[in-house]
Write a new protein. Structure first.
Length: 215
């Protein structure tokens, strides 16, 4: 009989990577800022090896930019970066929405409706709205079940959190976003694939306008 070795606990560098992710998303480490490795090692009580492994992980995710002989910096998104990310999200998620409209079970549509109903109660709670909004979009992708699409969108959404001008920061945008979600849900419930795709594209186009300074 072959004995299976016990699973190893999550590697230290993965724990460090998650800690840094949360510091980046919480703006404790601002976009464009230099990452002081010695200071972080002292704060976390670790050597530089797991920290550097963690930084490599975050660099692959796009959250950190490594500069030759200058060290690691929190990635700062340019206006072009934001525009291109929104355009890709619009393409990927609108196609997914069309497929969900055509193929999702009644139970799966009910799950999306439940998330939407949470949004309806959170329009005055920005952080909660952010979290539920992301869960809604990611659940839509899970239902569609194209793992490559899920991976790309998850990476894009992670990097989008670096945007200083997040679309939902703009005054009045939460209410507008909620109205757009309402229309998207209605299209999904009607099994109207064409309308669902169009409404998701418009949702991202409006998000881009709100996220781009001067527009």
């Amino acid at each position: 009989m072959t004995l299976t070795a016990p699973l190893a606990p999550r590697a230290l560098y993965q724990e460090v990577a998650e800690r840094l992710r949360q510091q980046i998303f919480g703006r404790e480490l601002e976009p464009g800022s230099w990452i002081d490795e010695l200071k972080l090692c002292a704060e976390l009580g670790i050597s530089r090896t797991p920290l550097r492994e963690a930084l490599k992980v975050l660099a692959v995710e796009g959250l950190v930019t490594m500069k030759v002989r200058r060290g690691a910096y929190v990635t700062e998104m340019s206006e072009r970066d934001v525009r291109e990310a929104y355009q890709l999200l619009a393409l990927l998620e609108s196609d997914a929405a069309a497929r969900v409209a055509e193929r999702a079970s009644a139970t799966e549509l009910a799950e999306l409706q439940a998330l939407h109903e949470q949004l309806e109660t959170q329009v005055a709670q920005r952080d909660a709205f952010f979290a539920t909004n992301e869960r809604f979009h990611l659940r839509l992708l899970e239902i569609e079940a194209n793992r490559w699409r899920q991976q790309i969108v998850t990476d894009l959404r992670r990097v989008m959190k670096l945007n200083r001008h997040h679309s939902l920061f703009k005054q009045g945008r939460l209410a507008e976003s909620l109205a757009e979600h309402r229309a998207m849900m209605a299209a999904l419930a009607r099994r109207d694939a064409e309308s669902a795709a169009r409404l998701v594209r418009e949702h991202f186009e409006n998000g881009l306008s709100a996220a781009t300074p001067g527009e």
